[in-house]
Design a protein around this ligand. Structure first.
Ligand code: SAM
Length: 231
């Protein structure tokens, strides 16, 4: 029997497209956004008490990955994109009911608005619920996951001189830590693992209102080429 759920708000995020979003929260602390609550939850009563909480769980819809036909097996990027495992052993976006969950830092609370960082959420993501992180119950020192047993390896990120000047200037205009955001996201190596990019191949993604381009001068390192205001 179907049940229906409705968003309580939507995320305004630094990530304007799926590519280059970190694969989990907390991997890019400079990734920021605002959860804008909708009526009746935009009333300050709904968030009263949250100022005593450092992190929250967000339950949300992968609204740009919803599918009619449920998948039983998926190929997580974590395993290189060519090994399939049961959908319930992964945090893949393509999953029954399309529900995601992320622990994010709660930087500021206002009636109708939560300022967040360390997010892995696309701009416009519909949020279904907010729950406070409860350290004594949610942090499990003995827990293990042999599919994803440690934080992903980072690759080195360097800048062309002009690109760094552009990024610093947009950072000041946006009053956002844009250089850190780009470095933290690209260090995760957003490229699918099976791609072996030639040095001349350019990759790009949009953060806030700027388009960032980079290439792989050699395997295992990224160089940022330009950071330009999007059209
Ligand atoms: N932390 C969440 C979880 O475990 O349920 C999300 C993990 S999922 C592997 C992270 C990826 O979801 C990001 O890299 C991004 O590409 C994608 N994503 C984020 N928001 C999305 C949305 N609203 N619709 C579709 N894909 C989204």
């Amino acid at each position: 029997m179907p049940y229906s759920v409705s968003p309580i708000g939507f995320v305004r995020s630094c990530f304007k497209e799926k590519f280059a979003i970190p694969r989990q929260p907390q991997l890019a602390p400079a990734a920021r956004g605002v959860l804008e609550l909708i009526a009746p939850f935009d009333n300050g009563e709904a968030v009263q008490g949250l100022e005593q909480v450092s992190h929250v769980w967000l339950l949300f819809l992968f609204h740009q990955a919803l599918e009619d036909k449920p998948r039983l097996k998926v190929r997580p990027p974590r395993l290189g994109g060519n090994q399939s495992v049961g959908v319930f052993s992964t945090r893949a976006t393509h999953r029954p009911n399309g529900i995601g969950q992320s622990v994010v830092k709660l930087d500021k609370v206002e009636p109708g608005k939560l300022w967040l960082s360390g997010i892995d959420l696309l701009d416009g993501t519909p949020v279904l619920d907010i729950k406070p992180y409860v350290p004594y119950a949610d942090s499990l020192p003995d827990a293990y996951n042999r599919i994803a047993d440690s934080t992903p390896a980072l690759i080195s990120v360097t800048w062309q001189d002009d690109a760094l000047i552009q990024a610093n200037s947009h950072s000041q205009r946006l009053t956002e830590p844009l250089v850190e955001l780009i470095e933290q996201c690209l260090a995760q190596d957003p490229r699918p693992a099976y791609q072996k990019p030639a040095p001349e191949r350019r990759y790009g993604a949009r953060f806030w209102d700027v388009d960032v381009h980079w290439h792989y001068p050699q395997p295992g390192s990224i160089c940022v080429l330009d950071v330009l205001l999007a059209d």
